[in-house]
Design a protein around this ligand. Structure first.
Ligand code: ADP
Ligand code: MG
Length: 296
């Protein structure tokens, strides 16, 4: 763990003691963490993330990690001479792109995260949506945001049909930390690429999670002037969608976050993954980072 030699022993003890009410409050609770953005590509931040997840588990909180992998997928597509294309924040996924998505997410990124957490002293287990029949999906019908009569074909992008959380629960009970790649399977056993934010949000709802935290590569949701919005209600989110303040990858993120908040997840946050140990700070201190999403 990172050393903090500048702190006096009394201050250090004080900080640790202040975590007690949070540990007590969240003991036994499930926290779904969407791991994405810069926190996933910077080695020091990766290390801090893995340590946070292990610490949470050791104090009796149940972290469930759902990871993305946009930059890594983009990197391999480029090496293969393909260019990624997005429509309304979703990656257009033809058959070849789907193969790349599976290689990168399940083969590389997931196993890297499992390795990092285990190296930090945890017991992580990697899953895709196929494992234990976790995520059933179907082809996403994408309606145009501006013109509801228009539909986009985004290929093998999945829409979640159902989540069977039994494999996640079984692992949690055995002190394992599930690390989930956002790949679903369809009626004919075909694969679907699902936005990781959408998976994290739905999983948080199904698991009746206490918190959903989405780590991203920006300080939170920003307004048109680039200022951080620390708190968003459903009504304000509608306005931001309509006036075009929210675009790209923030579209599925906020839509998922709002769904989770409306479906009973107690607190939903889009937080800055560039801040070292942001998870510990967000969960075990009174500090807030990024944007909190409220259902009303
Ligand atoms: P990830 O899913 O890894 O967190 P994404 O690129 O999918 O990353 O989504 C985050 C991105 O969404 C930001 O880097 C930013 O470019 C974009 N974005 C669009 N609208 C906003 C907004 N209003 N506030 C903040 N970010 C926004
Ligand atoms: Mg994204």
């Amino acid at each position: 763990m990172t050393q903090t030699p500048s702190l006096l022993p009394g201050d250090q003890a004080n900080i640790l003691a202040k975590a007690l009410p949070y540990i007590r409050k969240f003991h036994g609770k499930t926290m779904v963490i969407k791991y994405g953005g810069n926190a996933m590509t910077d080695p020091a931040l990766q290390q801090a993330f893995a340590e946070d997840v292990v610490l949470l588990k050791l104090v009796g909180i149940n972290p469930v990690v759902v990871h993305g992998g946009g930059p890594q997928i983009e990197g391999l597509l480029k090496r293969l001479g393909k260019k990624g294309e997005f429509i309304q924040g979703m990656r257009v996924t033809d058959a070849e792109t789907m193969e790349v998505v599976e290689w990168v997410l399940a083969g590389e990124v997931q196993q890297d995260i499992v390795g990092l957490i285990n190296h930090a002293g945890g017991k992580a287990v990697g899953l895709t949506g196929r494992d234990g029949g976790l995520i059933r999906a179907q082809k996403l019908k994408m309606v145009d945001n501006a013109d509801a009569s228009k539909e986009h074909d985004v290929g093998q992008v999945g829409d979640i049909v159902s989540i069977d959380p039994s494999v996640v629960k079984a692992l949690q009970e055995d002190a394992f930390i599930p690390v989930i790649s956002p790949i679903g399977f369809g009626e004919h056993n075909e694969s679907y690429n699902i936005n990781a934010d959408v998976v994290a949000a739905k999983l948080a709802t199904v698991l009746k999670a206490e918190k959903l935290m989405m780590l991203t590569n920006i300080s939170g949701v920003l307004n048109k002037a680039g200022e951080l919005l620390t708190d968003l209600t459903a009504k304000r989110i509608d306005e931001l969608f309509l006036d075009g303040t929210i675009s790209g990858g923030m579209l599925p993120k906020i839509a998922g976050a709002l769904d989770a908040a409306k479906s009973g997840v107690n607190s939903v946050h889009i937080i800055d993954g560039r801040v070292p140990h942001v998870l510990l700070l967000e969960i075990l201190t009174d500090q807030a980072f990024g944007t909190m999403i409220r259902s009303h």
